[in-house]
Design a protein around this ligand. Structure first.
Ligand SMILES: NC(=O)c1ccc[n+]([C@@H]2O[C@H](COP(=O)([O-])OP(=O)(O)OC[C@H]3O[C@@H](n4cnc5c(N)ncnc54)[C@H](OP(=O)(O)O)[C@@H]3O)[C@@H](O)[C@H]2O)c1
Length: 249
């Protein structure tokens, strides 16, 4: 245990989806807290931007399309031994149930559910996680705490991710490895500010938030930093809701 249990000094942490939004904010926050970061994503330019924003340390950038099996295995092979994994890459998509196709299910659930399962499995098999490592999945309040029309695939994937997280916490506890998730409500990132919602939908959704606004990516990152740190050394199998009180309504 460090003098400051909230510090990440001396820890090496892999962060997926680090080219944007919550992943980028998490990489910055972890580096500020002293960690060495491995950032990954598909967009080289956006990853270079994230890299330029990190506090000075021996960080690495690894390009990988996680929907491609070889890229995923390559990422794990290139990683040094890790104290932390933040499995954060994700995609959304609103599809009413009568329009659901197998392709649509695969597109969303492959990144939001299957990839986190496979990354953790591969890191374990290749002995890349130290004893006492901390794993954090970016899940969602959607599905786990609240459902909304059109969001069935994403909601089901994130519920599945939380179930996987709890099972992994149970299986890996004897190794000292902790596994948790963060479950954000709406966060101001390209994820919600692209084509997913109209401005009217966002405005109406905002009214469900007692704090009167959506989260900034840093506000999710700080929860992830806490779960990665020794300050959370007795927390495993937990879904940390970070939703500005949205699910109280
Ligand atoms: N924003 C929200 O309101 C919200 C709420 C709850 C939960 N979440 C969850 O938070 C996580 C991060 O979302 P965000 O809001 O930060 O979204 P974002 O800004 O759109 O970032 C998504 C990240 O996922 C990466 N990614 C997507 N597909 C990938 C693939 N095939 N291979 C590798 N990387 C891939 C993207 O990297 P490249 O572009 O480089 O490929 C990007 O870095 C997701 O799991 C999302 O479900 C978001």
């Amino acid at each position: 245990m460090q003098d400051n249990p909230f510090s990440l000094a001396g820890k090496t942490i892999l962060i997926t989806g680090a080219s944007s939004g919550i992943g980028r904010a998490t990489a910055i926050a972890c580096s500020t807290m002293g960690a060495r970061i491995i950032i990954t994503g598909r967009n080289a330019e956006a990853l270079a931007k994230t890299r330029s924003l990190l506090a000075e340390n021996d960080h690495s950038v690894i390009l990988a399309d996680l929907s491609v099996d070889d890229d995923l295995e390559n990422l794990v092979d290139e990683c040094p031994t890790l104290n932390g994994l933040v499995c954060n890459a994700g995609v959304g998509g609103l599809i009413p149930i009568q329009n659901i196709t197998k392709k649509g299910i695969d597109r969303i659930s492959s990144i939001d559910l299957v990839v986190p399962m496979l990354i953790l499995k591969s890191l374990l098999r290749k002995k890349k996680l130290v004893k006492d490592a901390s794993v954090v999945f970016t899940s969602s309040a959607a599905g786990v705490y609240r459902v909304s029309p059109g969001n069935a695939i994403y909601a089901a994937a994130k519920c599945g991710l939380d179930a996987y997280m709890r099972t992994a916490a149970l299986e890996l506890g004897h190794k000292g490895i902790r596994v948790n998730s963060v479950n954000p409500g709406m966060v101001n990132t390209p994820f919600i500010n692209g084509d997913l919602f109209s401005e009217e939908q966002l405005e109406s959704e905002r009214r469900n938030y007692p704090l009167g606004r959506f989260a900034e990516p840093e506000e999710i990152a700080y929860g992830i930093v806490f779960l990665l740190s020794d300050a959370a050394s007795f927390i495993t199998g937990t879904s940390l809701k970070i939703d500005g009180g949205m699910t109280l309504k």
